[in-house]
Design a protein around this ligand. Sequence first.
Ligand code: BES
Ligand code: ZN
Ligand code: ZN
Length: 477
Amino acid sequence: MQIALSNKPPKESLELSFVTHMPANSKLFKMLEKAGFNLKEGTTYLDVHHNILYVASRSLCSEDLKISAAKAIQSIQKSSFMTLFIALEQYQDQLDVAALAEGLILGDYYFSQYKHESQKHQERKLFIDYSGSMHTKHHLEEILHEVDMICRNVNLVRDIVNTPPQDYYPYIMALDAKYFAKRDGLECKILGEHLMQEMGMHALLSVGRASVHESQLIHLTYRSEHPKVKIVLLGKGLTYDSGGLSLKSSDSMVSMKCDKAGGSAVLGVMCTLKALGLECEVHGIIGAVENMIGGNAYKPDDVLRAKNGMTIEVKNTDAEGRLVLADCLCYAQDEIEDFDYIFDFATLTGASIVALGGQTIAVMGHNDTLKEKINTAASQSGELVGFLPYNRYFEHELDSEIADMVNTASTRNGGAITASLFLDRFIKDENKKKWLHFDMAGPAYSQKAWGYNPYGASGAGVRLIVQFLKNITQKSL
Ligand code: BES
Ligand code: ZN
Ligand code: ZN
């Protein structure tokens, strides 16, 4: 979806008209009602005689508008209307242009790379008529540029996560990182298995051992000219999670290409920073690994030594994400000095979906003020977060008889929290208050479209973190 400003409707274009209420005596609304149109969110009516698409929306801003804009564009996906048009004047400047653009760009996404040529997705174009609007052209251009950059990268993350595991494995993720780094002037360090061996990252390496694809640690760095904060973003990049020897059932293995969503979100954020000119230093670290089975696979009962020397007794090879993240957390805290925040993103547990549902990112950590900042960024960005609490009774759940810890608790109850407490064991004391863990197993990937998110990958995490970075570097439009 391309969006441009214009002050006259282009030929053959379809006008978008958002309807929030139905005045009783209006002729137009009587006609719409007759045609079966109602105010239920996202209901559409296409008037082919006048080239107008009516869309019901709860309001003209934020999530309401994003969702109905997405429904509008989806309702004409199979039509031949390629050019859309909207007149701001009609809404007396009450229409939230940023939300409109976001809903359209995210709602128009369709993963068609593996479809027959004839089914490939064609990009539509929207012209926004700003004549009679209080906004200046320059201001609107700024808003649209920012939304476009963010949403394009959300869609990039969707593409990465949706790409099948035979075509997207750790080396490809590293190639992508190198390409983005070159394009945007980021620093890029890639560690292969040999270097990770030398560094003692045996937890991560064990997970990837049975794969034919070499594990990769990706470290991207963005530095603005006058950075106001320094932040580390870590991502779980399991390009496939078969469960390993604790093999997943056939049903739950389907869609496990999504297990790279945390790492992909980190890539997506790294790609947005320069375009938005955010004043910060950001380190993006991704553990790109494939969890497979084979004669040399790591096993339940193995004891692994992580980079910081801690030993882990493996109880379940399907709890592999935390092993990969443990070594990435050690790497980050050893290699990067004096950061302000360290966040990790992972499709870590099915238990987080049980706890909060399929749309909400579970956030855990020790710093309530920081959680509050994330909560604010979530409501501004439209991503959903929920906070899961620690308590003292979880503390001994990860004790092992023979090693420093086990990789899974003895009970499945509170599984998202115990997974987070496993990671907590790899956070140095001085960094406890700087750290948050984001379990995005729910929203990262869905078998059913929701709101402006399609079937498959949603690109979760990108908008939330970019908004957080905008807030703490105080860049506002
Ligand atoms: N990648 C999965 C978690 C997951 C589940 C992601 C559903 C997306 C959707 C993770 O590696 C895993 O298998 N976790 C186990 C942990 C268990 C063995 C303690 C789980 O959640 O069942
Ligand atoms: Zn797993
Ligand atoms: Zn996993």
